[in-house]
Design a protein around this ligand. Sequence first.
Ligand SMILES: Cc1cn([C@H]2C[C@H](O)[C@@H](COP(=O)(O)OP(=O)(O)O[C@H]3O[C@H](C)C(=O)[C@H](O)[C@H]3O)O2)c(=O)[nH]c1=O
Length: 181
Amino acid sequence: MQVEETPLKDCYLLKPKIFRDERGIFLETYQRRQLAEISGIDAEFVQDNQSVSKYGVVRGLHYQTGEFAQTKIVRAIYGRVLDVVVDLRPDSPTFKQTYSVILDDENLYQLYVPKGFGHGFSTLSEKSVFAYKCDDYYRPGSEAGIIYNDPELAIDWQLPENDIILSEKDRNLPTLKQAFG
Ligand SMILES: Cc1cn([C@H]2C[C@H](O)[C@@H](COP(=O)(O)OP(=O)(O)O[C@H]3O[C@H](C)C(=O)[C@H](O)[C@H]3O)O2)c(=O)[nH]c1=O
């Protein structure tokens, strides 16, 4: 596995080693010891999630607040997504900065998203299967988010606006200014 820094502090792009042969491919999608040795990252993951989305779906930007904030390792098992994170840690040198990267079933890249980040993704293929590890449990009462079209963040989800599909919850998320001043 290769671990690359991103422009956002403590957020890393993980590039697993892919073994290819005439049958197809094999890769270790998570290996705690190797990740810790390479990067010093040693989160204790307790929950795996998976979502399936059709083309045009944007999920996010979401995060859990306070002591229930989640570190995540996210990846696309099938299809192609644009993964987007925003640093929402007021003390961070990259506070309010965003980073986006294509995760798909060809590059098999993963993104390490630290606690205190907002996270979302858009589905660019006909269908995406998205999986991620969390180092804390789902706490409905601590869920929060920033609206996908926040004017300060100006995220390009790489989708025509008319194609974007959002949940009712995501349509009503606050702006960055409303949430963080
Ligand atoms: C996140 C979560 C949801 N749920 C239930 C709650 C709802 O009844 C249903 C769908 O939840 P939601 O609409 O919040 O799912 P997403 O929009 O995919 O949310 C996720 O999307 C972005 C990309 C993230 O990074 C977060 O991990 C997560 O918020 O699953 C659970 O039971 N457990 C969970 O951990």
